[in-house]
Design a protein around this ligand. Structure first.
Ligand SMILES: [Zn+2]
Ligand SMILES: [Zn+2]
Length: 111
């Protein structure tokens, strides 16, 4: 979703950790209704790709990575959940409001 270069270290590592937590929940076949509605917060089908992109940026910043992500079985989800797409504008605004460091990265790179 958000270009990982715009994330501060804390949010880069935080999102990466969340992806692994979500994978655990997918394996347990947990419902994700509240992550999809009213606002799409996660993109289950896209998580493997997203994990790769985050890991590339983590390695570029000198962090270790030893936790491969393999796509879990998502067939138990409704299509509207499995293939959900987050709104990038909402995600960026939300992050800018929550984190001054991300906000300054986002602002300086957008100019
Ligand atoms: Zn990982
Ligand atoms: Zn941040």
């Amino acid at each position: 979703m958000i270009n990982p270069r715009l994330l501060c270290d804390k949010h880069l590592l935080g999102e990466h950790g969340e992806i692994h937590k979500h994978r655990h929940n997918f394996e347990k076949k947990h419902r994700i209704t509240r992550r999809i509605s009213p606002v799409v917060q996660i993109e289950p089908e896209n998580m493997e790709n997203r994990h790769e992109v985050l890991v590339e940026e983590m390695i570029a910043r000198g962090f270790n990575h030893k936790s491969p992500y393999t796509q879990p079985d998502l067939s138990y989800l409704k299509d509207v959940e499995r293939f959900a797409k987050a709104d990038l504008g909402i995600s960026v605004t939300d992050l800018k409001n929550r984190c001054p460091e991300c906000a300054s990265r986002i602002t300086s790179k957008y100019i």
